[in-house]
Design a protein around this ligand. Structure first.
Ligand SMILES: Nc1nc2c(c(=O)[nH]1)N[C@H]1C(S)=C(S)[C@@H](COP(=O)(O)O)O[C@H]1N2
Ligand SMILES: [Mo]
Length: 553
């Protein structure tokens, strides 16, 4: 049958493979429509507009539901959870604290591409387009309701958004069909709706443009509304911290490195590194906060924020370090923390024989596995409520986080912590352990050179080398520097405040003109010299000596 059959054409949606093959003269609908942007391009645009409507309507309505579960935030969080570990490591290494922005850009590009495909598919086969929008809605609903601590009603915004997106897609695709110079179809439509003239390309652009603009406004409005509705930040500011029963030991004068340009010994809150999987910072009202301690315990207990305020609080300078920190990197910070000793909280619950791990979980589903004995010994492990004299900043875990000296953050420093399960390493795995990192994470001894900077040009003559070293719970007893593969020279250590905070150092060096290589290594309180064996951050922390080149001139 080589004669085109109008009957067949009418039976098919325009643009289906079948209909296209039967077009007289082999002209596809794409070619039939003259102009710069063919129907495929316009259909892609329709898909983008529809996807924008789904997301923005959902986001706007989401402002009235659980803040951490608005569609954009939930989608982003799901994106994070499904990002392969190597890509996450790459993002942290490449974008550092901008990793979230990178994530949003990556997500936006992916959605844009999928939306274009959706538009084209809907134009060619409407049923598949419907399926596509419903799939999109299902993915959003799934990512919303699988967030920890989210209620089923939080799915409502995504459902309404999906319906709105479907309606918009139908309107736009119908216009496209009508634009076709395809006699049968155009006649069809004209016969059914004679009062509505066929859409022009310009009108179509205007319609999609207006939809996109309205979507952008709705999404922005949703985000603004979400933050305006939150008063957690205000409540945090007016929180009065109680005085510690056990104040921090006085910090000796001289903890700061004599080399100028070395990071401050005490890290201000605003400069403290931040690493977490939370796209939108969880906002918890202190009055609503509750910590459940359960599992292998004599009695399950629940602590309120007031219980913490009333407890015997300790205060301590502790250096936190991220396992993702590369040799010489700056994912470490030193602050004065105020909190309730975790061992006191555990004692109230009474861990049972056989338990060897505490699985701490945050309100947003992150979890960390910490050896039970570490939380029961005399190091200052605490449920922290204060950081450098202020209530915990929202992004550092307000209202309560864990701080455990000596362990990398991924196995100990749970922010926004709401649950402690006393369990066994054999029975439970924490968030990062499930993703290929180790189940335990004692901090490795590390010496960091901060001045001069790598590849710096320095004036020949006296140059101050300086930096920071850490080996929390063991302490730093020596830092040595090697110039151009010469003998190791002992640096001058700054005063030590405690074994659980970092220790700075400096060394005066007479630099001769030309390029020089500087290496540094530390020795911890057990007498062990930092290993020169290079290891990547995965699975339990980077090792090796930092090495840098500077040029004296
Ligand atoms: N809720 C939650 N807590 C978390 C994390 C997280 O992703 N979510 N990341 C951990 C990691 S890997 C580190 S290094 C520390 C960082 O704490 P900071 O952001 O206050 O510096 O927090 C830990 N606590
Ligand atoms: Mo970390």
């Amino acid at each position: 049958m080589d004669k085109p059959s109008t009957h067949r054409l009418r039976a098919d949606e325009p643009g289906t493979a079948n209909a296209r093959r039967k077009q007289p003269g082999g002209r596809t609908p794409a070619k039939a429509l003259s102009g710069r942007t063919g129907p495929t391009g316009l259909a892609a645009l329709a898909g983008v507009a529809a996807a924008a409507v789904v997301l923005s309507v959902a986001e706007l309505i989401g402002a009235f539901f659980t803040a951490r579960a608005t569609p954009l935030i939930a989608l982003g969080s799901t994106f994070i959870d499904f990002t392969p570990s190597w890509m996450k490591d790459f993002a942290i290494a490449t974008f550092g604290t901008n990793d979230k922005l990178a994530l949003f850009v990556g997500m936006a590009v992916s959605i844009l591409v999928l939306a274009c495909v959706l538009g084209v598919v809907a134009y060619r086969r409407w049923a598949l387009g419907v399926a596509g929008v419903l799939l999109m809605g299902a993915v959003i609903v799934a990512s919303v309701v699988t967030r920890a601590g989210v209620r089923p009603v939080d799915a409502i915004p995504a459902l309404i958004g999906t319906v709105a997106g479907l309606i918009v897609l139908r309107i736009l695709v119908t216009r496209l069909w009508r634009m076709q110079q395809w006699p049968d179809r155009a006649a069809d439509i004209a016969a059914k709706e004679p009062e509505r003239p066929a859409t022009t390309r310009r009108a179509f652009f205007a319609a999609t443009g207006a939809t996109a603009a309205a979507s952008a406004i709705a999404a922005t409005g949703g985000r603004l509304l979400s933050s305006a509705r939150s008063n957690v930040a205000k409540a945090r500011e007016s929180l009065q911290l109680p005085a510690p029963a056990e104040p921090a030991a006085a910090v000796p004068a001289g903890v700061q490195s004599r080399a100028s340009g070395v990071t401050p010994w005490l890290t201000p809150n605003k400069d403290f590194y931040r690493i977490d999987t939370a796209l939108s910072v969880p906002e918890i009202n202190a009055q609503d906060w509750e910590l459940r301690i359960h599992g292998l315990v004599d009695r399950e207990i629940r602590l309120s924020f007031q219980d913490l305020l009333d407890a015997k609080l300790i205060e301590s300078h502790v250096t936190l370090t991220c396992v993702s920190n590369p040799v010489g990197g700056n994912l470490a910070g030193n602050a004065k923390w105020l909190g309730m000793p975790i061992r006191d909280a555990l004692a109230m619950a009474g861990p049972k024989e056989g338990a060897d791990m505490v699985l701490s979980t945050s309100i947003d589903g992150f979890s960390a596995s910490t050896p039970l004995e570490v939380l029961q010994d005399d190091r200052d492990a605490m449920l922290a409520i204060g950081m450098n004299g202020a209530a915990l900043p929202l992004e550092h875990g307000y209202p309560v986080r864990m701080v455990v000296p000596g362990l990398y953050g991924f196995v100990s420093a749970t922010k926004w912590v709401v649950d402690l399960e006393i369990t066994r390493f054999a029975d439970n795995k924490a968030y990062w352990t499930q993703r290929g990192w180790s189940e335990r994470g004692p901090i490795k001894t590390m010496a960091r050179v901060e001045v001069p900077k790598s590849f710096a040009k320095v004036p020949a003559g006296r140059v101050a080398i300086g930096g920071t070293a850490w080996a929390q719970t063991r302490g730093i007893t020596k830092v040595e520097v090697q110039i151009d593969n010469g003998p190791w020279i002992e640096a001058t250590l700054a005063e030590e405040a405690s074994l659980i905070s970092w220790r700075q150092w400096s060394l005066d060096w007479e630099a001769t003109p030309g390029p020089h290589y500087i290496k540094a290594r530390a020795t911890d309180g057990t007498g062990e010299v930092q290993t020169d064996k290079r290891a990547d951050p995965v699975p339990d922390g980077a090792s090796g000596w930092q090495s840098l080149m500077v040029t004296a001139e």
